[in-house]
Design a protein around this ligand. Structure first.
Ligand SMILES: Nc1ncnc2c1ncn2[C@@H]1O[C@H](COP(=O)(O)OP(=O)(O)OP(=O)(O)O)[C@@H](O)[C@H]1O
Ligand SMILES: [Mg+2]
Length: 331
């Protein structure tokens, strides 16, 4: 079975260690080890172990699915204020250091334990700010949370919210937040500083923009909904300070370290053979300082070249050419 499918399948397996499905899953891992797929076997083991320790509660996806929800539209043009991404299209195969990964696992665990927390007057982390350089997985991490928690995923359309008549932007935002309140989902406000940044506008619209920013601050602060709000930005410095204290958690997504680079490369190359002259450890050193997105692109470019030339394996030239072509992107 292909690696992506197998990984997806494993992510959906939960239960006690001696449950029949778990036993089958562990025997598949043994089989992969015997075939020499040790990276894949390690990855699957990690997924199963995480699932073993995960709190098992009512499946949230079912709750969400049973509720009807229609995306609100702007009054003038009837354009949707958010976009829904189907569960199967959510990007979730993230490579993260254990330290960063544990921060996301903590959000997931708290969310799953939200009822127990509520009995003690506590709330799960559900207003999250993700920051860091471009291409390090901020938007992807929001999708991963929705995938892992089985929650529907929505992305706010700031283009619709802002581009319709300015006077209506604030009410658009309010409508959107109101309609999402009772609906458990992950709502992504991607690059949300688009609104915050406009605080310095010197046009006639400045008063109105001010009002929108304040409305957004208020909405973030008052949000008591059932879902998780995720804001992302790659421009931490230009963010309004007042925004920071509205969040329960900030997570910086850093550039990948050597271990993560090797994992990103191996995952991307997994379907193809690598020429024995390619030393992934050596190659990963060259990629140090690049974003995950650029590393994945380099690996994909090398793989595509090999496939197009009908080669049975990726050559050293393929990876070096892909590196040379893409190295400027990160500078
Ligand atoms: N941690 C990661 N693990 C695996 N792949 C990743 C990771 N981070 C980024 N990628 C790859 O890079 C692509 C872009 O990532 P993403 O859109 O999440 O970056 P971003 O931080 O939101 O960037 P931007 O600030 O430009 O919006 C993903 O589709 C994926 O292929
Ligand atoms: Mg992004």
């Amino acid at each position: 079975m292909n690696q992506a499918l197998l990984t997806r399948l494993f992510k959906s397996i939960e239960g006690e260690k001696d449950a029949p499905l778990m036993k089958i899953a562990f025997s598949i891992i043994e089989d992969e080890k015997r075939k020499g797929h040790s990276n894949l076997a390690d990855k699957l083991t990690k997924i199963l172990n995480d699932n073993l320790s995960r709190e098992l509660q009512t499946p949230i996806f079912k709750v969400a699915k049973d509720r009807t929800f229609s995306i609100p539209v702007d009054r003038r043009y009837k354009l949707p204020l958010a976009t829904h991404v189907e569960h199967e299209f959510l990007r979730h195969e993230m490579v993260l250091s254990p330290e960063i990964n544990s921060k996301f696992l903590r959000i997931e665990k708290e969310y799953l334990a939200r009822e127990r927390l509520a009995h003690h007057g506590l709330k799960p982390r559900r207003k999250i700010l993700l920051h860091g350089a471009s291409g390090c997985g901020k938007s992807m991490a929001a999708e991963r949370l929705a995938w892992d928690l089985g929650l529907p995923f929505y992305k706010v359309r700031f283009d619709t919210i802002i581009s319709s008549y300015l006077g209506e932007s604030a009410s658009n935002l309010q409508n959107l937040f109101k309609s999402m309140e009772d609906y458990p989902c992950v709502l992504l406000l991607d690059e949300f500083d688009i609104i915050g940044k406009q605080r310095n506008l010197s046009s006639n619209d400045v008063g109105e923009i001010h009002r929108i920013v304040n409305i957004l601050l208020g909405l973030l602060e008052e949000y008591e909904g059932e879902g998780i709000l995720i804001c992302t930005t790659n421009l931490e410095g230009s963010l309004d300070n007042a925004l920071f204290r509205r969040f329960d958690d900030f997570i910086e997504l850093p550039k990948p370290g050597e271990k993560e680079i090797i994992e990103l490369l191996s995952n991307t190359f997994s379907a193809l053979k690598l020429n024995k002259n390619i030393d992934l450890i050596d190659f990963s050193k060259k990629l140090n300082g690049m974003s995950s997105a650029v590393i994945v692109k380099i690996a994909n470019d090398a793989a595509k070249k090999a496939i197009i030339h009908l080669n049975s394996e990726i050559s050293l030239d393929d990876v070096n050419d892909a590196f040379e072509e893409n190295k400027a992107i990160n500078k």
